[in-house]
Design a protein around this ligand. Structure first.
Ligand SMILES: Cc1cc2nc3c(=O)[nH]c(=O)nc-3n(C[C@H](O)[C@H](O)[C@H](O)COP(=O)(O)OP(=O)(O)OC[C@H]3O[C@@H](n4cnc5c(N)ncnc54)[C@H](O)[C@@H]3O)c2cc1C
Length: 385
């Protein structure tokens, strides 16, 4: 733990380092969402030590000092800590077969690996691997939410800066009404994502109460689904604000556009997360109570939001009686996400921001950016970008 928490960066693979980087390896060829399909075998060799034999189809940051790995022990799928170096300083039996040629996220190497009797230590109980590793995974889901949000902020800032300095048809772009709408709308998305991701992060603080822990169970899945999915479309719209330059590598939004989708794909792709929301609602009623208590904090502040929250509660009841509920999971998660974003904005953002967000997202024609309700103070919202 001291090495893991040490923030020094020591890239060398040598014994006795002060700091350590960790990766994780769960996904196999036959299963990424369904990690229970994993076949990597773990043979006990005494104490908490095992020998791992098998492959992983995705293993990012393979230069890490150690990995959390899922493998099948005699007692079932289990979680292991797999170091790159053994105590005598020799290399553990891990082979990097190939580096992935990825659409984006290229500064982060991802690899395919094979273990040939690699030594590893059991973490948690044998047979409870998913339950053990999920504690780490929920935090990487929070990280995806924060990453998408930060990416939105970058995209909005780049777009706003460009249109403030670029003129067309005799006026600066930012002052042309249709561009003002687009920048204001990108800003609304950024503000909603920021408020939501930081509210979620608070529920992960060390002093989180039991209610906060219950809140984060459902809120992590809701935010992971919605914010990470909103990222790519947002990046594309921001890129277009830069015109042709936006589509070139001389400007930074091409990279952001390629980066955003991975936040939605890894750590549980959209459908898997949406189904996880249904699971949380049916198996963990306290998580909904805590989520609902968060929504109740804004009750009475905006009639349209109150109506949306009421409909969302009704939808939950309806789905609990619907045999085809899985097919409607995205509908429900979308409703929950917009409810919590609206609720946070009416409490934390300037009234013009909350009003435009609720007007455009809850019942407006917001299929694409730049369609804000009549009377929106777009200039003041765009100025915040
Ligand atoms: C850049 C990158 C880096 C990665 N790094 C790592 C890493 O370091 N370690 C690691 O373990 N993994 C890593 N992954 C793997 C990643 O977590 C998986 O790709 C992801 O979980 C999806 O699994 P899969 O690829 O097997 O897709 P599948 O499980 O085959 O899913 C395909 C699609 O089907 C959907 N789906 C699945 N089940 C259902 C269902 N029941 N109903 C409806 N739809 C469903 C999914 O949402 C998805 O859209 C990485 C992936 C990428 C792209």
């Amino acid at each position: 733990m001291p090495r893991l928490l040490n923030t020094a960066y020591e890239p060398e693979l040598v014994p006795g380092k002060r700091s350590a980087l960790f990766g994780m390896a769960m996904t196999e060829k036959q299963g990424g969402s369904d990690v229970r399909a994993g076949t990597t075998a773990a043979r006990p060799i005494g104490g908490d030590e095992y020998e791992l034999t098998g492959h992983k189809w995705f293993c990012s940051a393979p230069m890490s000092d150690a990995f959390l790995v899922l493998a099948r022990a005699p007692g079932g799928l289990s979680c292991f800590l797999l170091p790159r170096l053994l105590p005598d300083g020799s290399h553990n039996e891990i082979r990097i077969r190939r580096l992935k040629d990825k659409v984006g996220n290229r500064a982060d190497a991802s690899s395919e690996v094979e273990y040939e009797g690699a030594r590893a230590h059991l973490v948690g109980e044998e047979g409870r691997g998913v339950r053990t590793i999920i504690e780490m995974v929920t935090r990487t889901r929070l990280d995806s939410v924060l990453g998408s949000t930060a990416g939105m902020r970058q995209a909005t800032a780049e777009a706003a800066w460009h249109v403030r300095h670029r003129a067309a048809f005799g006026a600066r772009l930012i002052d042309q009404p249709l561009m003002t709408q687009v920048i204001a709308d990108l800003q609304l998305e950024t503000e909603a994502a920021t408020a939501t991701s930081l509210r979620l992060a608070r529920a992960y603080d060390e002093d989180a109460t039991a209610e906060e822990v219950a809140f984060r169970r459902l809120a992590t899945a809701v935010a992971k689904y919605w914010i990470c999915k909103r990222g790519p479309g947002h990046a594309y719209e921001a890129m277009e604000c830069l015109g042709g330059n936006g589509y070139t590598e001389a400007f930074p939004l091409g990279m952001r556009y390629r980066e955003q989708p991975v936040m939605a794909i890894w750590e549980g792709s959209g459908n898997v997360i949406a189904l996880d929301v249904l699971r949380a609602l049916s198996r963990d009623p306290q998580s909904f109570e805590a989520f609902d208590a968060e929504l109740a904090r804004s009750a009475g502040a905006d009639r349209r939001l109150d109506t949306h929250v009421r409909r969302t509660r009704e939808l939950i009841g309806e789905l609990s009686r619907d045999d085809a509920r899985d097919a409607r999971a995205r509908e429900l998660v979308t409703a929950l996400a917009l409810a919590v974003q609206g609720s946070l904005l009416v409490r934390a953002a300037p009234p013009s921001v909350a009003d435009a967000f609720i007007g455009s997202r809850l019942g407006g024609d917001g299929h694409l950016y730049g369609v804000l309700p009549l009377g929106t103070d777009a200039a003041s919202i765009a100025a915040r970008a």
